[in-house]
Design a protein around this ligand. Sequence first.
Ligand code: PLP
Length: 456
Amino acid sequence: MERTKFLLDERDLPRAWYNINADLPAAGIQLPPVLHPGTGKPIGPDDLAPLFPMALIGQEVSTERWIEIPEPVLAVYRMWRPTPLIRARRWEKALDTPAHIYFKYEGVSPSGSHKPNTAVAQAFYNAQEGVRRLTTETGAGQWGSALAFAARQFNLELKVYMVKVSYHQKPYRRVLMETYGAEVVPSPSPDTNAGRSILAKDPENPGSLGIAISEAVEDAAIHDDTKYSLGSVLNHVLMHQTIIGLEAQKQFELAGEAPDILIGAIGGGSNFAGFTFPFLRDKITQGKAYRVIAVEPTAAPSLTKGLYTYDFGDTAQMTPLIKMYTLGHTFMPPPIHAGGLRYHGMAAQVCALYDKGLIEARAVPQTAVFEAAVHFARHEGIVPAPESAHAVRVAMEEALKARERGEKVVIAFNLSGHGHFDLAAYDAYLAGQLEDYDYPEEQVREALKHLPQIRT
Ligand SMILES: *Cc1c(COP(=O)(O)O)cnc(C)c1O
């Protein structure tokens, strides 16, 4: 019998997250310090304490290789984990490729993506330290719905500042968050100073992730019982996501082969890191020859067109400064872009690995992304989230290269979520309304003029 699904028993759930910071020095990487937005000096735990619980601040700066997963977090993970590793046999046949294609499917989580892997951990540590209420921002709603689910598991209240255009144009993710019991307001809102000052100038402001972050951070900073939660970019987030790659390594043992190429889409870098970092550990410490590819949209090409320098995490310049590949914190994604992954920067670890040549990056245009996603859906049945579809595209490109060369390579990609709430984007693609967009070099240069001046 030809096996298609490689499933682990609940008992085989990994018991510790992997922290790549422990192995970066072996790759010759010294992560640059995170700097205070006001003073430009390296930040310490006290600077972060108003926003995050101490356990997560500890993980953020930890150099321990393994961080034990608390039992209450494992108990929630068991609701859907381990997730399946699936061999895309029908898609391989349709592509007529000698390549073997595997995907790790994170769309089986309650909110439909990888994001609950960190949302559950973050909600747990906050509840354990006596926090009563969380705030966060969300764009289209993937992160907000993951945190709404997780907050409910640990009896925390949650207020979500949702970018106003999405609030009105994408009502179903809002309904999902409210179904889980979260309060959702369109951002800019009249509930914070940041929101009020923007509304005073421009009552019709459509909102942005940058503004929503400012509102959520302000709300957490002024309420003693409230902390803030972030869904990507930070080290503790990447670490929580490594459960994906750790499971996948055990599943490849079941499959009796090893991947040659590992692929993930990158927004802030968390699902890519979660899937590939355990394999990169073997590349760094054992010299394994994996090719690891991060995929981004040509409309928001941080790694392939950005500059490796210090920048703010948000538009309002409230977050600490991180050295990363950035398009500039003033970056505005083009309105025609339907594929997600709109963040201007990238997780520091992902950037450092790219800078050292341990991973590759590829930018793909959105019509090619949806073309691959539709082809994949027609053969494998799963409709990928537009973000995940960037990885689908590059898996397809590599499978077609293998066909040209008559080479049997093993390709593995992370299918980070399903696209059931993104059918409007599929509708636009199927109606021929999507256009490709290359973020212009001049605009990158212009945005980079507004970067903070840090001497390194
Ligand atoms: C949020 C999201 C992403 C992008 O975020 P990362 O932190 O880069 O993983 C990718 N895929 C899905 C399904 C998402 O919801």
